[in-house]
Ligand binder design. Structure first.
Ligand code: SF4
Length: 114
């Protein structure tokens, strides 16, 4: 089973508009107390922002992931730079062959490094 803290962060990061804490615990399949502990840890690590929010008169929090500096090494597959840098194609990520080729290259490089 995935680490609930990591899973929580991934979920929050996947929603740039933010996620309500009152909905996060349901999506994570944990109770609200455990969710509060997860959120507290993520906040203490500086990975998310937590802003008070009222929904239907009930107080909750809006959680948003903080932007993290990009590690330049994450943009390379071996010595091949991710094709999105400077790309001017019409972007449909799911159908992008240059990106798929790059990810394939990344998988090869990571596999070779194991
Ligand atoms: S996913 Fe493909 S089309 Fe989109 S920016 Fe990256 S390289 Fe360009």
């Amino acid at each position: 089973m995935a680490d609930p803290e990591e899973e929580g962060l991934r979920l929050i990061q996947s929603k740039p508009e933010g996620v309500l804490q009152s909905e996060l615990w349901k999506e994570l399949g944990v109770d609200s107390r455990k969710c509060s502990r997860i959120v507290k840890k993520l906040e203490e690590k500086g990975l998310i922002d937590r802003v008070e929010y009222r929904k239907d008169g009930i107080k909750t929090y809006l959680l948003r992931a903080k932007r993290q500096p990009v590690n330049p090494a994450d943009l390379l597959a071996g010595d091949e730079l991710i094709p999105c840098i400077g790309c001017d194609l019409e972007c449909i990520v799911e159908e992008c062959h240059p990106l798929m080729d790059w990810m394939y290259q990344l998988a090869i490089v990571q596999h070779a490094g194991e």
